[in-house]
Write a protein that binds this ligand. Structure first.
Ligand code: ACM
Ligand code: ZN
Length: 631
């Protein structure tokens, strides 16, 4: 009981403190602004100074971790920190000789005193996460890729005890809709690992490109990885013209994959490869049209509308589809050390199955009543295949339809209901509901953002709770992940823009204790971490500093009004309706606005402490009316 009260009190204290200020020797307060927020932070007096003479004291077996730390420090400091097996001062990396159950397999204790730093954990992963905390305790200039002169590499004295809430803390990157080169994929993995995420879900195949070399099926990449080049809004694009060259695309060779897998392993990140079948398979069908119900020929999709008009599913009536998948999964299972393979299973249009003689025969032979049961038949055979290769199968929540495969893990994306249903059937679940975790959605007012769809603000990410209260066995919720679909993400810089800072919020949802979460504190720490990204040249969105426009149309005979919504309390919103640029001398928003007669343009900008912090957002009144559905 007392323990419970103490834990509660600690949680409340953490909520009160948005950041921790530690006293350093020179009297300067060095703020502690860690993301994700640790379980426990005890402030100490003084600081530890890293110099060129600082030793990294660790057993030789931990060289992988100490080398990474030395490499991070090398660029900004010019130091070549040396590893030593013993030294009284220095930074000590120690694996506990007896297992500390509180810390689990990923937790750590980081103890900074003026004379030495001690890092201890049960497993190497914990040392890696302690190292990430230690790097965040250093001045932001440590993120620089070039040497920084005259910086004191000072760490405030502090004792941190930390461990994750969930074992599955992921980000997904779709490399099919747009292709991102190997170096970008590595950078994405490095960034997620810095925020203590440990899963990289690699969406490798879809209608718009097959991105992994399968040696026994060379046309998958010689044909399936390439499409006609296009710009413009997704789903409004011109289909590929007859004989038009296919110059956009790319793929990862198996050597690339091995390099990326090793890179991820060094950072304690597990890569989950996804081959999305039986739907989302147009790129595969462009290479092997005989695997479809209709026979083709097919083009790799360029972002033109095709769903329901054109076949994009493997034919589950055709044994060749299974032989194909056996080849793919055989190569995948040897390339990826993860225990899971993701086989997709989402959004399969089954209309062509209904009229396919092979599919009809399969349904009769297997006594399947619906096409959903036919998909379930396909997925269950996928599971047997995956298990035969020594792996476990994950699928999107559609794999519940028509009957769940016996040992499947379900990734819940259409809200949390699929996850709840799967958990009630005793299946493990990864929560990635679109309303909280889809990083391809707008994060600010559409008038101020590159085009995409729907809305997921930073605060909605931050408020995500992965464990539904109605579940009695909450241990079946392995964790969650953010998903970046890339239909509207043509470049890696924009992938970063869509990911950060929303993935900061998710990293805290997945790592930190629920009781430690606090929005104002998070924003303060986010700002410190965005300043680090400025040094690191990582892109991010500042959309949380903007207001969003909400039209109000109470009834058909009443004129539309506008409300402005902000996620940060300390923003002031200034606006105009007369076409001029607002500043802090313009009208300040306090309450619902009537639209002046004849006004055709609304503009707004946010200020904080009399300084502009948001972007100038311009929306035509007609566009706002369309949002309200009134025009
Ligand atoms: C999905 O978003 N189709 C999984
Ligand atoms: Zn068929």
């Amino acid at each position: 009981m007392l323990k419970k009260i103490l834990i509660l009190a600690t949680g409340m204290l953490l909520q009160l403190l948005s950041s921790f200020a530690a006293n350093t020797e020179n009297g300067k307060n060095q703020e502690i602004n860690l993301i994700p927020i640790p379980v426990k932070v005890e402030n100490r007096t003084g600081s530890f100074n890293i110099t060129s003479a600082t030793k990294l004291v660790a057993d030789a077996s931990l060289k992988g971790i100490t080398d990474l730390f030395a490499a991070v420090l090398h660029a900004p400091t010019g130091y070549q920190l040396r590893q030593a097996e013993s030294d009284n001062s220095g930074i000590h990396f120690t694996i506990n000789s007896t297992y500390n159950p509180t810390l689990g397999n990923e937790g750590y204790i980081l103890d900074v005193t003026p004379t030495r730093i001690d890092i201890s954990s049960n497993k190497p992963a914990g040392l890696f996460y302690a190292m990430q905390s230690l790097i965040q305790l250093l001045p932001k200039e440590v993120e620089s890729s070039v040497k920084v002169e005259q910086e004191n590499w000072t760490v405030p004295c502090v004792k941190i005890t930390d461990y994750p809430r969930f074992g599955w803390r992921g980000l997904m990157l779709d490399v099919s809709r747009h292709y991102f080169p190997k170096e970008s994929v590595k950078k994405y993995i490095d960034q997620l690992a810095k925020y203590k995420m440990n899963v990289f879900h690699w969406h490798l195949t879809d209608d718009q490109g097959w991105r992994i070399e399968i040696k026994s099926l060379p046309e998958l990449t010689s044909i399936g990885a390439w499409r006609a080049p296009r710009m413009g809004t997704w789903w409004t694009r011109e289909p590929r013209a007859k004989n038009e060259p296919v110059s956009y695309g790319g793929f990862y060779t198996q050597d690339d994959v091995k390099e990326i897998v090793k890179y991820a392993q060094d950072r304690f990140v597990t890569i989950i490869p996804e081959i999305d079948v039986p739907g989302h398979s147009l790129a595969a069908l462009a290479a092997y049209p005989n695997l479809s119900c209709t026979g083709g020929p097919f083009n790799v999709n360029v972002g033109n509308v095709f769903y329901t008009k054109e076949d994009n599913a493997l034919c589950p009536g055709n044994e060749q589809s299974f032989a194909f998948m056996d080849k793919v999964l055989t190569e995948l299972a040897t390339l990826f050390p993860a225990q899971y393979i993701h086989i997709g299973g989402d959004e399969c249009y089954k209309g062509f199955w209904k009229n396919c003689p092979k599919c009809k025969k399969r349904m009769t032979d297997e006594k399947l009543k619906t096409v959903e049961e036919l998909q379930s038949y396909f997925i269950k055979r996928m599971e047997k295949m995956v298990i035969s290769k020594g792996k476990k199968m994950i699928g999107w929540d559609e794999i519940l339809e028509g009957g769940l495969a016996p040992e499947a893990t379900v990734m819940s994306w259409r809200g949390i209901q699929g996850g709840v249903n799967a958990a009630k059937m005793n299946h493990p679940v990864i929560m990635t509901p679109d309303h909280n975790c889809y990083l391809d959605l707008y994060q600010g007012d559409p008038a101020g953002e590159p085009p995409t769809y729907s809305m997921l603000t930073l605060r909605t990410c931050y408020n995500f709770e992965p464990v539904p209260a109605e579940l009695t066995d909450q241990s079946l919720i392995l964790g969650g992940q953010g998903n970046l679909w890339t239909e509207s993400v043509p470049t890696y810089r924009h992938a970063e823009y869509m990911t950060w800072p929303r993935a900061f919020a998710l990293s805290e949802v997945f790592w930190s204790q629920k009781t430690s979460r606090n929005w104002e504190g998070f924003i303060h720490r986010m700002e410190a971490n965005l300043a680090r990204y400025d040094v690191a040249n990582v892109n991010y969105a500042r959309s949380v500093y903007d207001a969003t426009i909400r039209p109000i149309k109470k009834s058909a005979d009443k004129p539309m009004q506008i409300t402005l919504v902000k996620e940060l309390d300390d923003l002031d919103i200034y606006y105009t309706f007369d076409g001029t640029f607002p500043d802090r001398f313009s009208s300040k928003y306090t309450d619902t606005l009537n639209i002046p007669k004849g006004a055709d343009t609304f503009r707004m900008i946010t200020y904080r402490n009399n300084q502009p912090v948001g972007k100038m957002i311009t929306a035509s009144i007609k566009e706002i009316e369309k949002r309200s559905g009134s025009k």
